[in-house]
Design a protein around this ligand. Sequence first.
Ligand code: ATP
Ligand code: MG
Length: 291
Amino acid sequence: MAMIRPLSEALTGTTIDRDRASSVLEVNNLELRFGGTRAIDGVSFDVKRSELFAIIGPNGAGKTSIFNCLSGVYRPQKGTLHFLGTDLLGLRPDDIAGRGIARMFQNIELFDNLTVLDNLMLGRHLHIGYGTPAALLYRGRAKREELANRRIVEDIVDFLEIEAFRKFPVGMLPYGVKKRVELGRALAMEPKLLLLDEPVAGMNVEETEDMARFILDIRAELDMTMIMVEHDMGLVMDLADRILAVDFGRPLALGTPREVQSDPAVIKAYLGESDEGPTLEEAAAEAGRDA
Ligand SMILES: Nc1ncnc2c1ncn2[C@@H]1O[C@H](COP(=O)(O)OP(=O)(O)OP(=O)(O)O)[C@@H](O)[C@H]1O
Ligand SMILES: [Mg+2]
């Protein structure tokens, strides 16, 4: 049987020399408007090193918009964003990705006609960022880098248990596997912060359990800092260290799963009223159905 190197050894760039209590990300008083719509309205939070931070809220609450601000797709009108001490405002998406923020999208964004391996290799190239002229000048070095990239990609394939699909075009794969490839593509970029936008949306119970296991493994093996947006409240409550709840762009609560789960404002946002009724998990499942 082939020896599999631990993924943490392969992905050397993921280690951050900072103590655990320090913040990887600091978001202050963020505000984003589209015409009259306030998609984000005064949101502040920080994410500690190795933390699994979750953002929850009903449909249209502004969760994806927060990710879009973090990855440079949207430019907020107000507020500050600092990632490992760097001001992110005004940086381009590829620059932000190069600094170590990778993302798994709410709607899968892979190249359907390319194989699993090629999609993952694209993640590597985003990380390395060498262009054609460099490849011509340093043919030897480029070749060595290419081999190193292939090894890392194969490690990721092993880690995510998608060996059987390596050479398949992504378009042919079942939904749950595609989501795993998307996670792999993000990992291939050796991020220091991983953004997961609804990683288990549309998955069956088995696929959800698999994804939850991979998220936990990424955390345990790579010591990865993550922000997860998710409607599956059971998953959020089980996995997250802290949770930020938002509604209509505004922050409702920030705290441990236990604190946020019992927060009256959070329950009200999901139920529309604070009367006795379904639990937060039931209400969130209902809200997530039309996501
Ligand atoms: N590019 C855009 N142009 C105009 N309005 C936008 C744009 N992007 C987001 N919005 C609006 O901002 C608000 C927040 O949207 P966002 O996608 O961030 O919500 P969300 O919390 O991710 O919702 P869901 O759970 O359905 O994914 C919504 O009212 C949405 O219509
Ligand atoms: Mg969204």
